[in-house]
Design a protein around this ligand. Structure first.
Ligand code: F6R
Length: 372
């Protein structure tokens, strides 16, 4: 049942190409104009989607990190303002909601109490609610106006891996569906983005081939006390997710930072031998961000940090500053998290296993958190 692995989590990491592909299936219908994105349980009309003037994404833990990524895609494609909020904070601060607000609730289990209460609060305020969920018929989708299911199969490992990647995939579908309903993208542009998404599972599979290299690095670093993760733009939520995986599985202090914040404080933490994992943006396109991150790595390496860099294949500029270089295939910027997250999952799992921990059942954690 674990597909030859010692742990479900390892099997679930390997199921990610299929999880991304399956989440896309049936969501694009070809027509004369190119085609249309179709959601699952769509109880919201295109007219209602056109009336939306702001989006809140609410979720917890890894699902919250997926939510942070939704913001980049939805704002870029739809020009709608998006706020991402921890579900446990959302309803306690009297958020400004009305019928032209779309609240997107992301939950693997569909039963997380904090997220469910955020959905109920949103509905009381007459906001429209759309759920992104991995569990058919769970409470959160039942109480929502529309649903987009992540179709990656049940996730058994307590730490989210394949569900996270599927949630990120679903975010893109939602972003494109909103762009199409609101006319901010032409049908052929939507079709082109969807085709790029359909190409991602193959690239996800290629990133899995880096696992032996990542595991070797993890075994070398397994006894460290702290690991820092840095990223920018879509690499920032990936850094947060990498840090969360390491905390929950390996019980090591880990923090994710937006690399631009380094000089505003965290750089004081850098000392000899401190491992810092950096998620590099593509050297193409966002060259400003790329060069800024490059100077960040140079800075921390000069202060003695041990740098583990995840960068696009062929990005030779990082090599001099990377004590370890993990190469991932080139992908459209918005979709890069589908690739860059994977080495961080493998890293956390291997550190935890080297330390002798049960990676399917980390201490003090439950798969579904049904109390607030
Ligand atoms: C981390 C993890 C948790 C969940 C969080 C939300 O690996 O699994 O942080 O992401 O408890 O759970 P769902 O998505 O079921 O609402």
């Amino acid at each position: 049942e674990k597909g030859g692995h010692d742990y479900f989590m390892l099997k679930e990491i390997e199921e990610q190409p299929a999880g991304v592909a399956d989440t896309l299936i049936g969501h694009f219908s070809h027509d004369r104009d190119g085609g249309r994105i179709v959601l699952d349980e769509q109880r919201l009309t295109d007219q209602e989607l056109r009336e939306i003037d702001k989006v809140f994404v609410v979720a917890c833990g890894s699902s919250y990190h997926a939510g942070l990524l939704a913001k980049y895609a939805i704002e870029h494609w739809t020009r709608l303002p998006v706020e991402v909020e921890l579900a446990s904070e959302f309803r306690y601060r009297d958020p400004v909601l009305d019928r032209s607000t779309l609240v997107v609730a992301i939950s693997q289990s569909g039963e997380t109490a904090d997220t469910l209460e955020a959905v109920r609060h949103a509905k009381e305020q007459k906001a429209r609610v759309l759920a992104i969920c991995n569990t058919n018929g769970a409470q959160i989708p039942r109480e929502s106006d529309a649903v987009l299911y992540t179709r990656t199969g049940p996730e058994i490992g307590v730490a989210s891996t394949k569900a996270f990647l599927a949630q990120v995939t679903a975010n893109y579908l939602l972003g494109l569906a909103l762009a199409q309903a609101r006319g901010t993208k032409y049908p052929d542009e939507v079709a082109r983005e969807f085709a790029e998404l359909e190409a991602m599972p193959k690239l996800v599979a290629r990133v899995l081939e880096t696992a032996p290299q990542v595991r070797a690095i993890a075994r070398e670093l397994a006894q460290v006390r702290t690991v820092l993760f840095l990223g920018r733009h879509v690499g920032y939520p990936v850094a947060l997710e990498g840090a969360l995986k390491l905390k929950e599985l390996a019980y090591i202090h880990a923090e994710g930072f937006a690399a631009g914040e380094l000089k505003h404080g965290p750089i004081a933490l850098i000392e000899d031998g401190l491992p810092v994992i950096v998620v590099m943006p593509s050297p193409k396109g966002r060259t400003v961000l790329h060069s800024k991150l490059l100077s960040n790595i140079r800075e921390i390496q000069a202060r003695g940090a041990r740098t583990i860099v995840i960068a696009e294949e062929g990005d030779e500029t990082v090599r001099p500053f990377a004590d370890h270089l993990i190469e991932i295939p080139a992908a459209p910027t918005l979709f890069q998290p589908l690739l860059s997250t994977i080495p961080l999952q493998v890293f956390a799992a291997e550190v935890a296993q080297t330390r002798g921990y049960d990676i399917d059942k980390p201490r003090n954690l439950a798969k579904s958190v049904t109390v607030e």
